[in-house]
Design a protein around this ligand. Structure first.
Ligand SMILES: *Cc1c(COP(=O)(O)O)cnc(C)c1O
Length: 426
């Protein structure tokens, strides 16, 4: 049975099902390359698990202080091997990506230091952590400064601007790999490597931290292989594979990871403490599944780009551009269309499909946000999700899916809702 028939059960107009199928057929060559990346990364993960002697006993739980939790300790070695770093901190006590980045930044800066972002302003919640929105407990309150250098109009790095901004106080350079909610593009690991090499010619001993959120496993190498001292991310995005119920990671040099651990638990306690509770198995399964889950999300994002380009909306990255994260940004141009798109994605969810998302304020963000997120794990954005801040130019961000068919259904249902709301002409 052609799968178009089953889309009818979702109330999908036949013209939409056919259009999406046509675009999907055109992308097959790109999809094959994405599968090759997934294969490489899948074997990388399996090798890391084998080399660290992962056994059934690693899946057991610890409670309380979590002393001698060798399942947790070996999971951290697995992460260190995957990211080719000396050490890693992988914990369910880290609540989200912002928390992991907060721990890494507070752990690795001291009063009087400055943080530099050489790629423009960082992710919204990070701006709050740095102290740009006046929230209490920020780095600014602790006397840690911040500077950023905007990208050039063509999207390239402003090497001269960066050289001029680095000074004797610059202690840590933060490079955000993925675009997040911004209009800029996502950087490849090779570009990040070029930027790090340049920064080290200006200041050799600066700490380079990469915000790796959404980028993991989209390429066969990670930023920690091209000179970053730390890579940081969330387990309810790519590396959790849709299975990790919570968590974050910091992989990097022993020094950087140790200082972050001293901040997460306490000085002297560092990585010795922290019960895995019942999560070790889920975190192992998550990292094991992550390469193929990430590949499904990348394919879904590419399909969204192809379909919306054909419908006349600018999509970034474009459908034939290389991809270094799982996010697709589609500029719809009005708040009503963003709401319609997100409602369509919500209708494609396995959980909470009957809910209609509404724009609302979110902690850490400056404008109202609408989020379609009918996920198994609350807020998980490796699962099918779409969100957008309600601000000009009204760009919606589409990501995730756990499986490619689910991501595809998200694209189909977004079109269906837009059609029903009178925003599509076919
Ligand atoms: C998601 C994300 C974060 C962290 O967000 P959380 O919601 O706290 O996990 C940070 N930086 C980027 C680029 C992100 O995409």
């Amino acid at each position: 049975m052609r799968s178009e028939n089953i889309y009818r059960m979702f109330g999908v107009d036949e013209r939409i099902a056919a259009l999406v199928r046509e675009e999907e057929d055109r992308l097959q060559e790109h999809f094959r390359k994405i599968d090759e990346t997934a294969e490489y990364n899948q074997l990388k993960v399996i090798r890391a698990m084998q080399e660290n002697g992962i056994s059934g006993a690693c899946m057991l739980e610890t409670t309380g202080y979590g002393y001698d939790d060798f399942g947790r300790d070996r999971l951290e070695k697995v992460y260190a091997d995957i990211f080719r770093t000396e050490d890693a901190l992988v914990r369910s006590q880290i609540v989200c990506g912002t928390h992991a980045l907060t721990v890494a930044l507070f752990g690795n800066t001291r009063p009087g230091d400055e943080i530099l972002s050489p790629v423009g302003m960082p992710y919204d919640t990070l701006q709050t952590v740095i102290g740009l929105s006046g929230a209490r407990g920020s780095l600014k309150e602790y006397g840690v400064g911040f500077r950023s250098v905007e990208l050039l109009p063509d999207g390239g790095f402003d090497f001269e601007g960066i050289r001029a901004t680095i000074n004797e106080k610059t202690r840590l350079v933060e490079i955000q790999r993925s675009r997040g909610y911004s209009a800029r593009r996502t950087f490849s690991t090779a570009e990040i490597g070029e930027l790090i090499r340049f920064i080290r010619t200006v200041k050799k001993d600066v700490i380079v931290m990469v915000d790796n959120c959404y980028g993991e496993f989209t390429e066969t190498i990670e930023p920690s292989e091209v000179g970053a001292d730390m890579v940081v991310g969330s387990l309810i995005k790519n590396p959790g594979g849709g299975i990790a119920p919570v968590g974050g990671y910091i992989a990097g040099t022993e020094e950087c990871v140790g200082r972050a651990a001293a901040r997460l638990t306490g000085p002297g306690l560092e990585k010795e403490l922290g019960p895995s509770l019942g999560n070790n198995r889920l975190l192992y399964q998550g990292i094991f599944l992550s390469p193929t889950v990430t590949a499904g999300a990348v394919k879904g994002a590419m399909l969204a780009a192809a379909v919306y380009e054909r419908l006349g909306y600018p999509a970034a990255p474009g459908s034939s551009d290389p991809r270094y994260d799982i996010i697709e940004a589609i500029t719809l141009g009005s708040p009503e269309k963003i709401i319609s798109f997100c409602r369509g994605v919500q209708r494609a969810s396995a959980v909470d499909a009957f809910v209609a998302p509404e724009p609302s304020p979110m902690p850490g963000y400056d404008s109202d946000i609408i989020m379609a997120n009918g996920s198994f794990i609350s807020g998980s954005s490796i699962e099918l999700s779409a969100d957008g801040p309600l601000r000009d130019p009204y760009t919606v961000f589409f990501q995730g899916g756990i499986t490619y068919p689910h991501s595809k259904l998200g694209v189909v249902m977004s079109c269906q809702q837009m059609l029903e709301d009178g925003f599509l002409e076919l």
